[in-house]
Design a protein around this ligand. Structure first.
Ligand SMILES: Nc1ncnc2c1ncn2[C@@H]1O[C@H](COP(=O)(O)OP(=O)(O)O)[C@@H](O)[C@H]1O
Ligand SMILES: [Mg+2]
Length: 292
């Protein structure tokens, strides 16, 4: 329970200094998972930059790198973490101890790199992680989860643990087909019925509309899901340079087409109301745990 909702507390004055307290902050963080069917479509850059933009409006943002074994949020953000999620999963550290500060005061829970990819978390590890993050819920307005691609167990688990699932696609046919495969699994096996779609790396608006329509033609025909167009990010050569600089592209190239597209998306995300029924993170995550 959020203490500010406790009737025994006469005053609703926030304990921390905020400029604006969004509805979602009074409740629990809005957890968004960023995923895709196919790899290499821009998820990590999207997550890092969406987080960075939300920070510009003073929202408290945590980024969780759930691409276990193939960490790259830390690389994109120019961080060199000493500890990572593997230390949490082994019980050596708490999430609080592993969280590091990124640009603009983002908090990042880094993943581990190399050695071995953890594609399947054990039941015990899922519970541990869930409890650890649950304990932080009053510290954040947003938790953005950057996943790997495809229908691996972890991708499913982290998608179920979110109130909002963002699926990134590009106009490539393989990306659209693989996105359909992922959505089909989440819908048919795990009762997920709402998806936000971002079309990345497009030459123009028409290409984005066409890609979105191709995907929704298939989902409308075979599945009972709602598909919302969340926005479009143009192809932008600045991205490669920003990755090389290890800085968010919205920070170093704010006037580039990709940053402009992402700002529109960030505004839509900020306006989203996550379902109050989903406001008990513990409930949401226990459900995810039982299903995944
Ligand atoms: N809109 C874009 N314009 C140009 N290059 C892009 C764009 N989006 C992603 N990229 C490039 O694609 C590559 C993969 O991006 P990344 O965010 O790591 O994808 P993922 O996390 O889905 O594997 C990176 O080299 C990135 O610079
Ligand atoms: Mg990635």
């Amino acid at each position: 329970m959020n203490s500010s909702l406790d009737p025994a507390r006469p005053e609703r004055r926030p304990r921390h200094r905020h400029h604006v307290v969004p509805i979602s902050a009074i409740c629990v963080p809005h957890v968004l998972t960023v995923t895709s069917g196919k790899g290499w479509v821009g998820k990590t850059n999207f997550t890092a930059n969406l987080g960075w933009l939300l920070r510009q409006t003073r929202r408290r943002v945590m980024l969780l790198d759930a691409n276990l074994g193939l960490a790259n949020l830390d690389i994109v953000l120019g961080l060199n973490p000493a500890f990572n999620i593997a230390h949490v999963l082994s019980g050596e550290k708490t999430v609080q101890e592993v969280l590091i500060k990124g640009p603009a005061g983002l908090r990042v829970l880094p993943a581990n790199s190399g050695i071995q990819s953890i594609t399947n978390l054990s039941e015990g590890q899922k519970i541990l992680l869930l409890e650890e993050i649950e304990a932080l819920k009053e510290q954040f307005d947003y938790i953005l989860i950057d996943t790997g691609a495809g229908i691996a167990d972890n991708v499913i688990y982290f998608s179920l643990a979110a109130q909002t699932i963002i699926v990134l696609i590009t106009p490539e046919p393989t990306s659209i087909i693989d996105a359909y495969a992922l959505i089909k699994v989440l819908a048919s096996n795990y009762h997920q019925d709402a998806f936000k779609i971002v079309v990345n790396d497009v030459a123009n608006e028409e290409e984005a509309t066409e890609a979105f329509e191709k995907l929704t033609q298939i989902t409308d025909h075979y599945l009972n899901v709602s598909m919302d167009f969340l926005g479009v990010i143009p192809h932008d050569p600045c991205l490669r340079e920003a990755v090389r600089l290890r800085r968010p592209f919205c920070q170093v190239f704010p006037d580039g087409p990709a940053a402009q597209g992402l700002r529109r998306i960030a505004r839509r995300v900020a306006e989203m109301k996550h379902n109050p029924l989903d406001c008990d993170l513990g409930f949401l995550w226990r459900t995810a745990l039982m299903s995944a």
